[in-house]
Design a protein around this ligand. Structure first.
Ligand code: SF4
Length: 621
């Protein structure tokens, strides 16, 4: 950390510490009183008795600068805390609630930010009087819009992170998520901005003091000292230079420290801030039969996003059923809608989405559930394992607090019971020395161990369905097999169903009972995994299988790829979405979209006898 921050950061932090210490200890330091006239000869330059010299009344300039720091830094700290105290809750509310709350808060904030700050400051100080309290309040209130904007941006970033989704999947209440997951992470960029804000306030207070609108004489402030000294600029320049240099170095240091911290935690780098959208009505649903014999049933599930470029149909009319004790795999290229389908089922969608269709859990329609009722299902009945265990776990909390939380929230265990159960859970997923692991933070574990922890968390409340979204993608190849074996064993032991999202067909072929293949948000082929992989009918499934690397491939064999690129979801090709990339496309494919009839959506499905003949002709490929 030391080397990442650099010497400039540490030098600046040292200077700030020195000035703060001097301001706090100003009364006990061996200095002349700041208002003692003729403490030395008037306008005398720096000397051993008066290191910064004396002013026109013979007052010690060093003493006045040190006491001036009390006011300037006091206003800086107070105004930043006031702005943060008002702006942070509003920013978090806007970023977390989104939709109408966000729109209203940001509209008011934009208006407030457009108001001329100097006019506001002059009006308030002229009306209420120029004193420390009023200056602090004015500068604090003026900082609120910037705080709202910053905290909202950071909240938007973290609200979409997997550890927050994981907490929501575990049914944690919003207030708890905000305090335990969002606030600790938002605090980091907030701290960096606090330093930059401090610099802004110190300069603003100095400007007001220079105009005679801050704390009045004889109490010194840095801006006031500069104002007093400007008449002595030619005869005694040190009177102006001393407070100017100290103020300059302090402002520069605040900026350097804040900027260095900001560059370590820049929320804009994530690029996750979504376009704000007006709430839209749900999409209409078609008639269908509810299968009470199925554990999980999705019917005509749709998730659309309204973007400036048009409507993105991320999930478009997906239906499937899943029974207890079975594993359903969802496969497809990146961007085919696999992960968005999982989020749609769990109701973990951004506010800008529009949903349609139904999800039934043991015959109950989850899409009609209120957020509070949905929380009682997420965790106890639907568990989730995310792709990257590093982002699925909150980096600032210990494994123990994260694993015990769902046990305490959902199962009502006390601290001791939850800890004992957490130890048992970690042991059941193969973590050696679980007691010690509970005391550790996520970064202290290996990738495989972290994923085992997230699996333990997902299983903590005994879910009926476990969703595993690319659970092995972020793991070492040697660990992948262990994790998949573990999931399979746990499914057998707990008689639950598993929904496995993967782009790795070798994983799917080995562990799944049924499979659905997705392309451009739609299901293009489905059926028993063994059948689909042995005899794919849809050319896209065939292309996926051909593109999958095999253990039997020669060492320097070139990896096969599916020609072309996945389609632009805003501007899908006419007819079959796979048609521009399909080697078997004919005229009809460009005119009409093939419906999903039976197990595949294709006008010209692959004939297996033909495929075998083609392979024989091409020497086994
Ligand atoms: S419908 Fe036509 S373009 Fe689409 S996959 Fe089938 S053959 Fe290819």
């Amino acid at each position: 950390m030391r080397s990442r921050l650099g010497w400039g950061f540490w030098a600046s932090a040292g200077w700030i510490g020195l000035v703060l210490l001097a301001a706090v200890l100003a009364d006990v330091l061996p200095l002349a009183r700041y208002d003692e006239t003729l403490a030395g000869p008037p306008r005398s330059g720096p000397s051993a008795a008066h290191p910064f010299g004396t002013d026109g009344l013979g007052r010690d300039v060093l003493s006045r600068v040190v006491h001036g720091a009390r006011v300037s830094l006091g206003v800086g700290v107070g105004a930043v805390l006031l702005g943060l105290g008002i702006g942070a809750p509003l920013g978090i509310l806007a970023g977390y609630r989104r939709r109408a709350t966000d729109a209203v808060i940001m509209a008011v904030n934009d208006v407030a930010q457009a108001f001329p700050a100097l006019v506001f400051a002059l009006a308030v100080v002229a009306f209420a009087g120029a004193n420390l309290r009023n200056v602090l309040i004015v500068l604090g209130v003026l900082g609120v819009p910037s705080w709202v904007r910053l905290i909202r941006g950071a909240t938007l970033t973290y609200a979409d992170r997997e550890f927050v989704l994981a907490a929501r999947v575990l049914g944690t209440r919003d207030r708890r998520i905000l305090w335990r997951e969002i606030v600790p992470n938002v605090a980091v960029p907030a701290a960096s901005y606090a330093f930059i804000g401090m610099a802004v306030v110190v300069v603003a207070e100095g400007s007001l003091a220079f105009l005679g609108l801050s704390v009045q004489a004889p109490t010194p402030t840095w801006g006031g000292l500069i104002n007093e000294g400007r008449t002595l600029l030619e005869s005694a320049p040190h009177v102006v230079l001393a407070p100017s240099v100290v103020m300059f170095l302090t402002v520069l240091s605040f900026n350097l420290v804040g900027d260095r911290l900001r560059s370590l935690t820049d929320v804009r780098e994530s690029g996750l801030e979504p376009v704000r959208q007006a709430a839209a009505a749900p999409l209409p649903s078609a008639e269908h039969e509810v299968r009470a014999d199925c554990l999980l049933q999705a019917e005509d599930l749709r998730t659309h996003f309204v973007t400036p470029r048009g409507v993105v149909k991320a999930v478009d009319g997906v239906s499937f059923t899943l029974r207890r004790g079975r594993t359903l795999a969802i496969v497809g290229e990146s961007g085919s809608g696999k992960s968005m389908l999982i989020r749609s089922i769990l109701g973990l969608l951004p506010g800008s989405s529009v949903r349609g269709g139904h999800v039934y859990l043991s015959g109950d329609d989850l899409t009609g559930y209120s957020p509070a009722r949905m929380r009682s299902v997420l965790g106890p009945r639907l568990g989730t394992v995310f792709q990257d265990p590093m982002t699925a776990l909150n980096p600032v909390r210990t494994i123990g607090t994260q694993v015990t939380e769902p046990l305490r929230v959902h199962l009502g265990m006390n601290r001791r019971q939850a800890r004992a159960e957490a130890v048992r859970l970690l042991a059941s997923v193969g973590i050696p020395d679980p007691e010690r692991t509970l005391r550790r933070h996520p970064h202290q574990l290996s990738g495989g161990m972290r994923q085992r922890v997230t699996i333990a968390m997902a299983l903590s409340c005994g879910p009926d369905v476990l969703f595993a979204d690319e659970p092995t993608t972020a793991l070492d190849v040697t660990i992948q097999d262990q994790v998949l074996r573990l999931l399979h064993r746990l499914r057998e032991e707990r008689d639950m169903a598993v929904v496995l999202v993967s782009h790795d067909l070798s994983v799917v072929a080995r562990w799944a009972d049924e499979v659905i293949v997705m392309y451009a948000g739609k299901v293009v082929e489905r059926g028993p995994a063994a059948e689909v992989f042995a005899r794919p009918r849809m050319p896209y499934t065939e292309a996926l299988l051909q593109a999958a690397p095999r253990l039997t491939d020669p060492v320097h064999h070139r990896l096969r790829v599916i020609p072309g690129r996945p389609p632009d979801l805003v501007d899908l090709p006419r007819g079959c979405a796979f048609q521009p990339r399909c080697p078997y496309a004919r005229d009809r494919c460009a005119r009409e979209a093939p419906p999903l009839t039976g197990s595949y959506a294709c006008w010209y499905p692959r004939d297996h006898a033909e495929v075998l003949k083609e392979r024989a002709d091409s020497g086994g490929r």
